[in-house]
Design a protein around this ligand. Structure first.
Ligand code: URA
Length: 234
């Protein structure tokens, strides 16, 4: 397997970044620096990136979780807050979250030990649509809806066109669904705030064609074969 693919599958860096690391002399194979990007990793090779050994999983596993509020999407938290890993109680191998959801956002989170797929899904070039259901304060007028759809300035960045629909409007709040194709930090919250309708509740209901459906908050399940194939073929 080519060196960059090997490093990506081990979850250390994207293929592109792996090439850079290799070129810059940060990669060793069997204790010797290798700068040749096309190097083919052999079965008994020991690959190290900045001193960290890159190990491939024996078997890739893929999970979907419905993240509850009050959990962070990283492996560990410096401040000791609960992480989504605390919920993965019966998973025999180490998996990591694909992308992030805010501490207070609920909904779909994918977890895997397939670093290559995780990198691919996170990469802007392949940025798959992510659909959120948001309860926002105020009235989502036609003008505000048009702004959200067209793109809004969220502080030095204009968002790309998004699909947005109003599911329900009451006197003081609304439920809207938005599909965005990029993943800036707290993007949905910043978009809604920018049009004057701050988010009160936020849930991710889909990633591409994968839907949360009836998965309960705090629960997780293995992805089905066709779901894994779908993600791989994106
Ligand atoms: N947008 C947000 O504002 N928060 C999330 O958690 C995800 C998308």
């Amino acid at each position: 397997m080519r060196l960059n693919k090997y490093i990506a599958q081990a979850g250390i860096a994207s293929r592109r970044k792996a090439d850079e690391l290799t070129k810059n002399g940060n990669v060793k194979v069997n204790g010797v620096v290798v700068t040749e990007m096309g190097y083919e990793v052999q079965p008994d090779d020991r690959v190290e990136v900045n001193g960290r050994v890159a190990v491939l999983a024996d078997k890739f596993v893929y999970y979907m979780m419905n993240k509850p509020k009050g959990f962070i999407t990283s492996m560990k938290d410096e401040q000791g807050r609960p992480t989504v890993m605390d919920l993965m109680t019966d998973v025999p191998v180490r998996v990591f979250p694909v992308g992030r959801l805010d501490y207070n956002t609920t909904g779909m989170l994918l977890l895997t030990n397939d670093g290559d797929l995780a990198n691919k899904l996170a990469h802007p070039e392949h940025e798959v649509g992510k659909t959120y259901r948001a309860t926002v304060a105020g009235v989502v007028s036609k003008k505000r809806l048009a702004m959200l759809r067209r793109g809004v300035d969220i502080g030095g960045f204009i968002t790309s066109p998004a699909e947005v629909t109003v599911v329900k409007q009451t006197e003081k709040s609304a439920i809207i669904e938005l599909t965005i194709h990029e993943g800036k930090n707290r993007q949905v919250r910043r978009m809604c705030k920018a049009v004057g309708c701050p988010v009160k509740e936020l849930q991710r209901i889909a990633i591409g064609d994968l839907y949360l459906a009836r998965l309960k908050e705090g629960h997780y399940r293995k992805l089905r074969k066709e779901e894994i194939d779908y993600l791989k073929n994106l």
